[in-house]
Design a protein around this ligand. Structure first.
Ligand code: PLP
Length: 389
């Protein structure tokens, strides 16, 4: 029987070769490979500055900290997102204010955003979920109107564009993830991008305990014996050179990785179009999808508050059937307001963010990774088209 995972990490010979370089040189902490990876990331995304970090959660936290978000502040985040988006706000002492999503795109609904803004609101974190850009024109207009910072959660945003611009380049910062479910992976890892020189200086220092120069610069400068100044409260959010050697090498096939993912998504679109009970991921002429994941809405009937749990049961039955056939699936993601920590802290009920609840209970991600073979794809298509609700 086939055994098709939801995602698959494949490293190439050049990655195996390059990972040995920091090991052989002995310089394994943030160093030349991190710089090289950052340059390639900037080149690919068009961002003026890229700062490599330990993961995307630290990228989100560092962005908020560098922007001065603190206790008493409020930050608007979508309710349907990986919990890290809201957690990063909690780390600063500020309050994450949840905003429901648009069920068509699975992204934050700008029409619901403005009413959540008050005198304490300092920032918005739009999430480009599954590689689809949020509606950045409307979000940036609201941010400008209320003088709010915008931190893009582009954890899934590799290859995603909005009106021709790579995501992560539109707000004050963009935060990317290199977890193995993402298109580019370094095991764990993250990148924060910014077009602000001032923020870049702060982010570079704050990822490294607040130090004014990095260890590598100090060791290779003319006064390696002197410790640097520490002008900021910093953290140890650095990426290692071992991780960056993999990331930098993978960037040499960035275009190839993105096209392979899109080609599989295009094939899925054709199959899903023929199934009345699955809605394919949204695309239009404004966006180029990154396809971190291929997430559909399971809609055997129109979903409303009264039938969510029944549709959820049917969705789980489909997932179980696919699992029995050797095809892995997952829900798109979870909804923050339905998670115990947030439910207990803020007293949320499922129906408070209805679209997010529907998305969490009725979405389904299908296997998508560049090495998914034609044979595997045909098998998935056959199992899906033969399925009886
Ligand atoms: C939308 C979103 N934000 C943040 C994160 C956190 O990324 P990391 O695991 O790199 O910290 C993820 C990870 O899946 C994510 O999907």
């Amino acid at each position: 029987m086939m055994n098709i995972p939801i995602a698959k990490t494949v490293f190439t010979e050049s990655e195996f070769e390059n990972i040995l370089k920091p090991l052989k040189s002995g310089w394994v902490v943030q160093g030349p490979f991190v710089s090289e990876f950052e340059l390639k990331w900037s080149e690919y995304t068009g961002a003026k500055h890229s700062v490599a970090l330990s993961n995307c959660t630290t990228a989100l936290h560092l962005s908020l900290a560098a922007l001065g978000i603190t206790r008493g502040d409020e930050v608007v985040v979508p309710s349907f997102t990986w919990v890290a988006t809201a957690n990063a706000v909690e780390y600063t002492g500020a309050k994450p204010v949840l905003c429901d999503i648009d069920l068509t795109s699975f992204n934050i609904d700008p029409a619901k955003l403005e009413s959540l803004i008050n005198k304490n609101t300092k920032a918005i974190i739009p999430v480009h979920l599954f590689g689809l850009s949020a509606n950045m024109n409307e979000i940036m207009a609201i941010a400008a109107k209320y003088n709010l910072a915008v931190v893009e959660d582009a954890a899934c945003g590799f290859g995603a564009k909005y009106n021709g611009k790579h995501v992560g380049n539109i707000g004050d910062t963009g935060c990317f993830s290199f977890h193995p479910r993402k298109a580019i992976t370094t095991g764990e890892g993250g990148m924060v991008t910014t077009n602000s020189d001032e923020l870049a200086v702060k982010l570079r220092a704050m990822r490294d305990h607040g130090a004014s120069i990095s260890d590598h610069q100090r060791h290779h400068g003319n006064k390696p014996y002197l410790l640097p100044d520490f002008p900021y409260l910093g953290y140890n959010y650095r990426m290692t050179d071992i991780q960056a050697s993999i990331g930098s090498t993978q960037m040499d096939r960035a275009v190839e990785i993105h096209s392979a993912r899109t080609a599989i998504a295009d094939k899925y679109d054709e199959i899903i179009d023929s199934l009345s009970w699955l809605k394919k991921p949204f695309r239009n002429s404004e966006v180029e999808h990154g396809f971190q994941a291929y997430v559909c809405l399971f809609t055997p009937e129109e979903i409303h508050p009264g039938n969510i749990s029944n549709v959820n049961k049917l969705r789980n039955k489909l997932m179980d059937h696919l699992q029995q056939k050797g095809i892995s699936t997952r829900p798109g993601t979870h909804s923050v307001h339905m998670l115990d920590f947030y439910r207990n802290k803020y007293g949320f009920r499922n129906e408070d963010y209805l679209n997010s609840c529907i998305a969490a209970e009725c979405s389904i991600a299908l296997p998508l990774f560049p090495s998914l073979s034609d044979e595997e794809f045909k098998y998935i298509a056959k199992v899906l088209t033969e399925y009886k609700i």
